[in-house]
Design a protein around this ligand. Structure first.
Ligand code: 13P
Ligand code: SF4
Length: 347
């Protein structure tokens, strides 16, 4: 956390981390904005949470806490501040609101979507539940509050396997990420079907223990096994890390798979000279800034357009104008809280 309110000192702190990758004039502009955010924040009852995908100048300055979805949900559950500014996407800010129904949660952008969260509606889930009555529903946090309200328990990429294993049920519905579901099915030894894609499989007498949904992350869906093979040919000593939202074949071809924070910790722990992250590009920049001895290869043509909507400038506007307020109906808040709190309680 950087609480500096003096623009020159903020510039010096940012330059020490990002001076090799960002032009000086940009650093000075970002430092002005970051120092102003910290000055205003010090006068208000506000906590800023920043996802690991935030742009380097933001990630390395104003958040009180940075982390993956699970770590930030835990921080949101713990905070005693009256207002939470969530530098991430809408479903993450909604999760913070679900855990803090009486607090104000602000998202610095009006949109902040996510292709996974947009892939399933509450009505879709109600239909799926009607098709498989009594089967518990595990819902990835990358969903909107009304979908969480229809679920038994949430999970993130950091705890999906343990959440599935915590249920006293041989069969589970796991939505909406097709690849994460397949990756968890592989890890837990469960056979998975996708009834909305292939309805016949749900009707015939086949053995299945997981029921999935065909949602995909528009970013992680772009990485292929061919990419992994080509990078290994070009850089034989590279260590490749893939987020669990990648296709199972990509995960199998990579050296490590884990949540965004698990990837950061893995790079910090091992001593290889060169790394490639199959995830949003800003992660590589953020790791490089904090580990100058490690070379990060970048695939910055693949970016999350939603995470990229949030900048330091938007965060300043959010703080000044108290925008954009996350508003969820009391009934949905109450029902969604059960599934999010159940996840937090199992770790
Ligand atoms: P993490 O929970 O691993 O931070 O992932 C969130 C996400 O949206 C990845 O695309
Ligand atoms: Fe959603 Fe993918 Fe962006 Fe993560 S990277 S917020 S899963 S679209």
């Amino acid at each position: 956390m950087n609480t500096e309110t003096n623009p020159q000192k903020m510039y010096e702190a940012l330059a020490a981390k990002l001076g090799d990758v960002m032009p000086d004039f940009e650093l000075r502009m970002k430092a002005e904005v970051a120092a102003e955010i910290n000055r205003l924040k010090s006068e208000q009852d506000v906590v800023i949470l920043g996802h690991n995908y935030m742009e380097p100048a933001l990630y390395n300055s104003v958040p009180d806490f940075v982390g993956d979805s699970l770590e930030l949900a835990r921080q949101a559950a713990r905070t005693d501040k009256g207002t939470i500014i969530f530098c991430g996407v809408r479903f993450m800010a909604e999760t913070a609101k679900i855990l803090n129904p009486t607090k104000t949660v602000l998202l610095p952008t009006e949109k902040g979507g996510c292709s996974l969260a947009g892939s399933i509606t509450a009505e879709d889930l109600r239909k799926l539940k009607a098709q498989f009555p009594g089967v518990p529903v595990v819902t990835y946090v990358n969903t909107y509050a009304d979908v969480k309200a229809e679920s038994d328990i949430c999970c993130t990429s950091g705890n999906a396997k343990s959440v599935v294993e915590s249920l006293d049920s041989e069969t589970v519905i796991f939505i909406p990420d097709e690849y994460l579901a397949q990756n968890v099915a592989k890890e837990t030894g469960k056979r998975i079907i996708f009834p909305t894609r292939d309805p016949r499989k749900a009707n015939v007498d086949i053995d299945y223990q997981m029921i999935g949904w065909p949602g995909r992350c528009e970013v992680h869906d772009k990485f292929t096994v061919e990419d992994v093979t080509n990078v290994r040919k070009q850089f034989p000593d590279v260590v490749i890390l893939a987020h669990p939202e990648c296709h199972p074949d990509v995960i199998a071809a990579a050296d490590f798979s884990g949540s965004t924070s698990a990837m950061i910790k893995y790079v910090e722990k091992i001593t290889a000279p060169r790394y490639l992250l199959l995830t949003e590009c800003a992660m590589g920049e953020n790791i490089a800034a904090n580990n100058p001895d490690k070379e990060m290869l970048r695939i910055c043509s693949v970016r999350c357009p939603h995470m990229n909507e949030i900048s330091l400038e938007d965060t300043l506007e959010s703080l000044k104008k108290r925008q954009y307020v996350i508003d969820i109906s009391p009934d949905i808040l109450k029902r969604a809280a059960r599934s999010v709190e159940r996840m937090i309680s199992i770790g």
